[in-house]
Design a protein around this ligand. Sequence first.
Ligand SMILES: [Fe+2]
Length: 307
Amino acid sequence: MNSFVIVQDIFRLTCYISCMSNQFDKPAHAADDWTIDQRWSDYTADEHKVWDTLYERLMKVLPGRAAPEFLNGLTALKLDRGGIPNFEEMSDELEALTGWRVVAVPGLVPDDVFFDHLANCRFPAGNFIRKPDQLDYIQEPDVFHDVFGHVPMLTDPVFANYMKAYGEGGLRSLRHASLKNLAALYWYTVEFGLIQTDQGLRIYGAGIVSSPAESVFSLEDESPNRIGFELERLMRTDYRIDDFQQSYFVIDSYDQLFRSTVDTDFAPLYAQMHGRFDHKPEDVLPSDTLLHQGTQAYANRGGRFAA
Ligand SMILES: [Fe+2]
């Protein structure tokens, strides 16, 4: 019964980063930087209702589990007032806090475009929203995942600086064959990161906070590993894009994340890794700072595909 609930409740996304190295044809209505008008006034009442339904589901599980910076960000940006946010109005609030803005894009964008937006403090967000029968699963990140999941953390100045540094690093990395390793960094931090706080472990990753089921699983289930953040170890680790993670990496602070990224010379790292993953998603290494050694029971019984 329990696994049935998880499967019904699961919400997985193929985010920008899992599609890195893909190239797409730019739609005719998109600008050179792939941005489009959000066309906020075109959203229907039913589409706003989908946002509200998803928001209400998440707010039943996130207090006490999401990082304070995430929850404060929801309030600061008034994302609790109901309906799909207007990007222009939200960006005015966000820009006053950390200098970032949210721009609408038609969906997935090429790597260089994605990195360039981040490096210039613009977060690209899909402007469409899933259908009412897709509440638990969609193929591409929609406005709910991109805005509810990602934008609140951009109100935190240090995390916002990390995102900018990531975009700048991404632009530099394009001449190396290591996008996969750089994608792992984004995956295990921006999408699926946990942070240690005085009140205990909390979630800051957008992929987790977008999912009621994974919000509980990532913090409370015996199955996954919870491992202290270490940049190179993490960048050498493969990840799941179709199910809950088998390992989560835990930072001590956003400053640790930012400093480890800007203080690392990535060129020799890329030369060594060369796009390879040395560690499987479930691996535990002798060198790991292990907060919890997972049983991997969920993955071993087949994960979301279990009968
Ligand atoms: Fe995402």
